[in-house]
Design a protein around this ligand. Structure first.
Ligand code: NI
Length: 449
């Protein structure tokens, strides 16, 4: 009460000093004020063109869905994307980036900022069981993560923005990335390789935007989160090496099975005792492998799993604790531990300033009441690599619809999405890009020189 009175007095004094406008600016966030008063640039044209391209986007998505390809093998998909972009008449087209990746550029009417929009193109080793007419025609392969939709929505955005290019400044870079879900063993790929092959240069990208369909969010919603949205992913492989013996004479050997069981239990204390309870972390084992016969204590047990974190300091502490506990618990039983860690990438970091700046575009796409702030997600996304290099924003686009059975989780044979999400995704890409190109200069982006 006392605080409120004080605030009113302060507001009144400021009003006396600087007039009502100054008070408004001090008490209300400037971005929200701008969003409420200024219509989004070219919003009506975008709306009309999105409606026009939607039947094509649905058709493209179904075509891609029918021929899913795994990471670093997206030959047909990459060709389809390049051919479609060529027909749309983009200004520059680069193929064969990071194996089958495609990068296109649409230049506006003059100098200005450059925004990149990114989609992933790869599918999964899943046998589709949806029974849809355009279901996968390739046994054991399925677009079970919605990357077919991501690719089609980005093609749709290119179709719209090509037709508006004489009306906006700067340029839009369209990044169609392979191998988000990983590469075959021993191969490089994905976002990391795209960056190494220069996709953020020539012209230099000022910010990057991407999205993922989400069947936990109803169609018509967009889920966002400032800061860390998705987790950093570490994969571990551990071999606990003991000494083989007859199961009847365990004292004659060193039992890696009993050792492994203690290791697995002790490692649980990383989340429960080592890391601050307010920080998200998961330590999970997915594989435990060892032994050949019921009456032999084996020499070796292998464990594999993953550590997921959001805070880089937590990630470091958890990785160190993991090594220490595995090594020293094994040593306590007389066994040795071989540990391999694989870094699958950092957390997906949503630049809070960029998010605040782009929120009016998201609100324009679905309505401010349909923006949902999310909890941290423990899954990973290699979009994280781009967002380490330039300010990035990654959001979820709702694609849940119970009436058509779009309720099953990604990576399952029943996964399906609501195609009504496709035009929403196209529109979101376009409005985000246009807001950035028209409004960011001087505040967020430096622009082309
Ligand atoms: Ni995915």
């Amino acid at each position: 009460m006392r605080r409120q009175t004080w605030m009113h007095l302060l507001a009144f004094l400021l009003w006396l000093i600087g007039g009502g406008i100054l008070v408004n600016n001090l008490l209300a966030p400037s971005v929200a004020t701008a969003a409420e008063t200024q219509p989004a640039p070219l919003a009506e044209e975008v709306q009309r063109l999105v409606q026009e391209v939607t039947p094509h986007v649905v058709q493209w998505r179904r075509e891609i869905h029918a021929y899913p390809e795994l990471g670093n093998r997206e030959e047909r998909t990459g060709q389809f994307v390049a051919q479609t972009l060529g027909q749309l008449g983009v200004d520059e087209l680069r193929t064969g980036v990071a194996h089958h990746g495609v990068v296109a550029l649409v230049r506006g009417k003059g100098p200005g900022p450059v925004i990149a929009l990114r989609a992933d193109m790869d599918a999964l080793p899943v046998q589709e069981e949806t029974g849809l007419p355009f279901a996968s025609r390739i046994p054991g392969r399925m677009h079970a993560c919605g990357h077919d939709a991501h690719t089609a929505m980005l093609l749709g955005a290119a179709a719209v923005l090509v037709r508006l290019r004489d009306q906006f400044p700067g340029a839009v870079k369209f990044i169609f990335q392979p191998a988000e879900e990983g590469t075959p063993p021993g191969e490089e790929g994905g976002a990391k390789l795209m960056i190494a092959q220069g996709v953020l240069e020539n012209p230099k990208v000022d910010a990057i935007f991407g999205m993922h369909v989400n069947v936990d969010l109803p169609t018509g919603k967009i889920g966002y989160r400032p800061g860390s949205l998705m987790a950093a992913v570490d994969r571990f492989r551990v071999a606990i090496v003991g000494k083989q013996s007859h199961a009847a004479m365990p004292w004659a050997g060193i039992d890696p099975i009993v050792t492994a069981s203690h290791v697995i239990t002790a490692v649980q204390t990383i989340a429960s005792r080592t890391i601050d309870a307010r920080e998200p972390i998961v330590v999970s084992f997915g594989i435990i492998r060892g032994g050949e016969a019921w009456n032999i204590i084996p020499q070796r047990v292998e464990l594999e799993g993953t550590i997921r974190t959001h805070n880089p300091q937590v990630r470091k502490t958890a990785n160190e604790a993991f090594r220490r506990i595995v090594t020293e618990v094994s040593a306590a039983f007389g066994a040795t531990a071989e540990i391999e860690m694989h870094d699958y990438g950092p957390a997906v970091w949503n630049d809070p300033k960029l998010l605040e700046f782009l929120k009016p575009a998201l609100a324009q796409a679905v309505g401010a009441e349909n923006l949902v702030e999310l909890q941290p997600v423990m899954g990973g996304e290699d979009f994280a690599h781009y967002a380490q290099k330039v300010p990035g924003l990654y959001v979820y686009v709702g694609a849940r619809n119970e009436s058509i059975g779009a309720i099953y989780p990604v990576h399952t044979p029943q996964f399906r999405l609501d195609e009504a999400a496709l035009p929403i995704g196209v529109k979101t890409h376009c409005l985000v890009a246009l807001r950035f190109l028209f409004e960011s200069q001087g505040t967020l982006a430096e622009g082309q020189k």
